[in-house]
Design a protein around this ligand. Structure first.
Ligand code: XLS
Ligand code: NI
Ligand code: NI
Length: 437
């Protein structure tokens, strides 16, 4: 049985092909800066949007046509869906996938039943991983959809709910480990507040840290050596999410002694919601040694929420790849498509079009970024811009040889500082466009 009749394995046909079900740029074996595209990009498909997304929005019911899914919460349906997911990923040629616990198995009527259902589906995943060679990039837990988490999970005011969330993390870590997952993600679901008048901010943030320490301890006790990741997002669903952006997350991790265990999983649409560019987030995390993985998608300039569209903008993917090449390689992280097809794109084939386009956009961004780096004009400009720090006074300051008194003396003696030079922003923007053309 096939869920995608008529779709063969997607292959690279080169930039000139007009075939919509072929790669024009993603050629997994092609070397860029001495590494294959496959290893640079480590593409991953998400289970939630791609296999559980219904296309519903606040104004209407789901639209997705998924003939293999009977819409029921039965374990048979979950298993059938799992087989289809692997058929899809195999045909697409992605090496990785990612899931939340609740995406893959029915929750049933008790936590115990949920755990048993997870075990059943994990057995199927294991079989499919072995058959296809596709691996788990990361696992995570959904601590935000069920009404019990209405006040949050790790930051809830209800200690029993905290315990429920802890039990879910315990099991999610165990199945991630069982499946050889390379990372484990914490996205702060409803960890945040709607109103400060009813919120004990310090207690909530202390609890979040305690929760993450417990996760680290449990992971170590079961032998999980993968990378932990926190995924920043500034708001939605809460008015203020505690993990609001890269800088806030890094500060939180350091304040609670978690920085050795965690890196960041940066998502494009979360960066833009925070009022940053994705490149800003990548550069900020990268320069702190905290770049772990990315959730690749994009928002809509005209809409102020997490629209999770597939990334197709070459300017964006080029900027992402410039930072990733600078601070990478991404491994054990990857480029995870936390993106969903539009409500109007309801046929199964649209899942292929969406992923092929996004993979090609990243492959092209990778090639463009590598060309910019190979020419070196941009790097050279930045190097020269900071040349005053390479020798003389600048080098002395960097080496710690000065204090306020000595600097005051220096500049009083010199009188006028050296002249400033133009930042040449427009020239550099033109330079980037040269490579995009
Ligand atoms: C939601 C997040 C979520 C995480 C995984 O906005 O992007 O999907 O990636 O929990
Ligand atoms: Ni995400
Ligand atoms: Ni998101």
């Amino acid at each position: 049985m096939t869920a995608f009749p008529g779709v063969q394995k997607i292959v690279y046909e080169g930039p000139k092909t007009k075939h919509p079900l072929a790669f024009r740029h993603y050629n997994e074996k092609e070397l860029v800066e001495g590494r294959s595209m496959k290893d640079h990009l480590r593409f991953s498909v998400v289970y939630w949007h791609t296999f559980r997304g219904t296309g519903s929005d606040p104004f209407g019911a789901g639209t997705m046509l998924r003939p293999w899914d009977d819409g029921s919460d039965s374990i048979e349906n979950a298993v059938r869906r799992a087989r289809v997911a692997f058929e899809f990923m195999e045909k697409l040629g992605v090496p990785y996938y990612a899931f939340h616990d609740t995406d893959i198995a029915p929750e049933g009527s008790s936590l115990l039943q949920f755990q048993q259902n997870l075990d059943t589906v994990v057995r199927v995943f294991k079989e499919e991983q072995q058959r296809t060679g596709i691996r788990l990039l990361w696992g995570t837990q959904n601590l935000f959809s069920h009404p019990r988490f209405l006040h949050g999970a790790a930051t809830t005011c209800n200690a029993d709910v905290f315990a429920y969330a802890a039990a879910q993390v315990k099991k999610a870590l165990e199945i991630t480990h069982e499946l050889g997952g390379e990372n484990h993600v914490f996205w702060g679901g409803r960890e945040g507040y709607q109103n400060l008048h009813n919120t004990d901010l310090k207690r909530e943030i202390d609890h979040l840290a305690k929760f993450l320490h417990m996760a680290v301890d449990h992971a170590r006790s079961i032998g999980f050596t993968g990378q932990f990741l926190i995924e920043p997002k500034p708001h939605e669903p809460t008015k203020h999410q505690y993990d609001s952006d890269a800088a806030a997350c890094i500060n939180f991790l350091r304040a609670y002694g978690l920085e050795k265990h965690f890196k960041l999983n940066l998502e494009t649409n979360h960066a833009t919601l925070a009022g940053h560019t994705m490149m800003h987030e990548l550069e900020y995390a990268g320069m702190q040694g905290m770049l772990g993985s990315i959730d690749a998608n994009r928002g809509d300039l005209l809409l102020g929420w997490d629209t999770d569209q597939f990334p197709t903008d070459l300017y964006l993917t080029t900027e992402c790849m410039l930072s990733i090449l600078k601070y990478g390689p991404l491994a054990p992280g990857g480029v995870n498509f936390d993106a969903k097809v539009r409500r109007e794109s309801f046929e199964p084939i649209d899942l292929f079009h969406a992923h092929i386009g996004a993979m090609d956009a990243f492959a092209q961004g990778l090639k463009i970024a590598a060309a910019i780096r190979a020419d070196g004009d941009l790097t050279e400009f930045v190097r020269q811009r900071y040349a005053s720090w390479d020798h003389g006074l600048g080098a002395e300051i960097e080496a710690g040889k000065h204090d306020l008194a000595s600097l005051s003396q220096y500049i009083l003696r010199k009188g006028t500082p050296a002249e400033n030079f133009s930042g040449r922003q427009e020239m550099l923007e033109n330079l980037i466009n040269r490579y995009l053309g």
